[in-house]
Design a binder for this molecule. Structure first.
Ligand SMILES: [Zn+2]
Length: 329
């Protein structure tokens, strides 16, 4: 019994942070401990909340710190993964140059891994989720933005400047006429396929759509009412305009996937985040475009799947990174 090794995974987000103890097989030992991030209270308070969330996770698992072999922390970029620093992510203002890895390591006296949150989510899916049978995988996470992660043979592609796997900024249209992205460039995948941009495209399409569409009922409503989820629901209900927008979204995501298939030639491309609720119809649309536009040989066997861990992927993956520090898969 005492042979079992446990790892804490902590996933820090702009609004909340989440932690749980995960065992050697990747199973969470309790529901995750969740605390509000309150970035506006400053980074010292933030570091304290991280430690409190970790302690609560250990207590919730009915364990003590002695049972914990290592800790993994995942945060949103911008960051310096090698140095263990949160730099200045837009959703954690006003934090700047926070020495998160060294702080956690010092407070708990445990080996501590540090990773980008999308990379951690990808590792979670690779370890025990949708891609657990895969040797290499690429994850696209669809939310307010489009995040990504690339895992090849148990190695997370972090890149030289911690920007490896930033798949939202893959260029799928020309930089002179493409849609404008939050990063300032044009033509990035995120500018087409994030939840926010699905809604934007829906508004634009509505303005020139000649047919009937229930989306028109939401034309004057604010963004809280017209959501990507609603577009997908209306599409499932047979609304032609909503179906066009969903079909275009699948096409854009497939273009992103094709670029990665040509780069990595992975076993599996996984899509996670809110839009996966759209189900098998959406998955097979993406799959169809990948087969049509991707490199013929690798796309024959590549599996296009939806993520299976939901919002738990981040802390499970962070715990998996902790486990990597002390042992191999
Ligand atoms: Zn961009």
């Amino acid at each position: 019994m005492s042979e079992e090794r446990y790892f804490v995974g902590l996933d820090v987000g702009g609004t909340t942070m989440k932690a749980a103890v995960v065992n050697n097989e990747g199973h969470p030992q309790s529901v995750p401990a969740v605390m509000d991030t309150h970035a506006e209270r400053g980074q010292d308070a933030g570091l304290e909340t991280m430690c409190a969330t970790i302690r609560k996770a250990v207590a919730d698992a009915k364990l003590t710190m002695d049972n914990i072999a290592a800790i993994g922390v995942a945060t949103p970029g911008l960051m310096d993964i090698k140095a263990g620093l949160i730099l200045d992510p837009p959703n954690l203002k006003p934090w700047k140059n926070v020495p998160v890895r060294d702080h956690i390591q010092k407070v708990f006296g445990k080996p501590t891994a540090y990773q980008n949150d999308a990379n951690a989510a990808a590792y979670g899916e690779f370890w025990v989720g949708a891609a657990q049978e895969a040797k290499s995988m690429v994850l696209f996470t669809l939310g307010t933005g489009v995040g990504g992660g690339i895992i090849i043979n148990d190695v997370i592609i972090e890149g030289e400047h911690s920007h490896g796997g930033e798949l939202g900024h893959l260029r799928i249209d020309t930089p002179d006429r493409g849609r404008i992205c939050g990063c300032g460039a044009r033509g990035c995948l995120e500018a087409y396929a994030s939840a926010t941009n699905v809604v934007k495209r829906a508004r634009e399409e509505m303005a020139c759509w000649r047919g009937v569409s229930k989306l028109r009922n939401y034309y004057t409503a604010n963004d809280d009412v017209l959501t990507a989820r609603l577009v997908f629901e209306l599409a499932a209900g047979g609304d032609d305009l909503a179906r066009k927008i969903v079909d275009d979204t699948a096409y854009y995501l497939a273009l992103g996937a094709c670029a990665l298939i040509a780069t990595v030639d992975p076993d599996m491309v996984v899509f996670g985040g809110g839009m996966v609720a759209a189900g098998e119809g959406f998955r097979s649309l993406i799959d169809g475009y990948v087969k049509r536009y991707g490199l013929p040989f690798p796309t024959k066997t590549v599996k296009i799947s939806f993520a299976s861990l939901g919002s738990d992927a981040g802390f499970i993956g962070a715990a998996g990174c902790a486990r990597l520090l002390v042992q191999k898969k």
